[in-house]
Design a protein around this ligand. Structure first.
Ligand code: AMP
Length: 141
């Protein structure tokens, strides 16, 4: 049994517009924005608008709409950064590596020979995040 969804988690606050983010995309059910501590250039996150703590409590419909947006954003990220590959990650509960308790999927462009930086490592400069968000948004068009 996992804990209940906390309405005051940081991604819920981003969805409500209470704290800023570098937005890339949104539709009726999902939202995508830049990870502030990227493991690689162009690292972004896809989240559902519906409250879900993680994969374990999310309903199938929520997982489906999130995965559809992961495909869309992943394709745009590959194009925007001329990437060689794509890493998609999703963590569940503290023991599974989860730090923020609103379901989210990491989408990280990869380049031959370039290792991932540490998870929740250094903060990226806001101007770089803004530039990368713009690049990915442009590749969606
Ligand atoms: P995890 O729950 O383990 O998947 O990790 C949470 C992820 O959210 C990490 O990659 C953080 O860098 C990222 N993160 C935390 N706070 C924010 C924020 N305010 N805006 C964007 N990304 C964030």
């Amino acid at each position: 049994m996992t804990d209940a969804y906390d309405n005051d988690n940081i991604f819920a606050k981003i969805l409500r517009g209470e704290i800023p983010c570098h937005k890339i995309y949104e539709d009726e059910h999902t939202f995508a924005f830049m990870d502030i501590m990227p493991r690689g250039d162009g690292h972004c996150l896809v989240i559902p608008k519906m409250p879900a703590r993680n994969l374990l409590d999310a309903d199938i419909e929520t997982l489906g709409v999130v995965q559809a947006t992961v495909k869309k954003i992943g394709t745009a990220v590959m194009k925007a950064f001329s990437a060689d590959g794509l890493t998609v990650q999703q963590f569940n509960e503290p023991a599974g590596g989860q730090v923020v308790f609103h379901l989210h999927v990491h989408v990280i462009p990869r380049f031959d020979g370039v290792k991932l930086r540490p998870h929740t490592g250094d903060m990226e400069k806001p101007e770089i995040l803004a530039e990368n968000a713009e690049k990915i948004s442009a590749a969606l068009k």
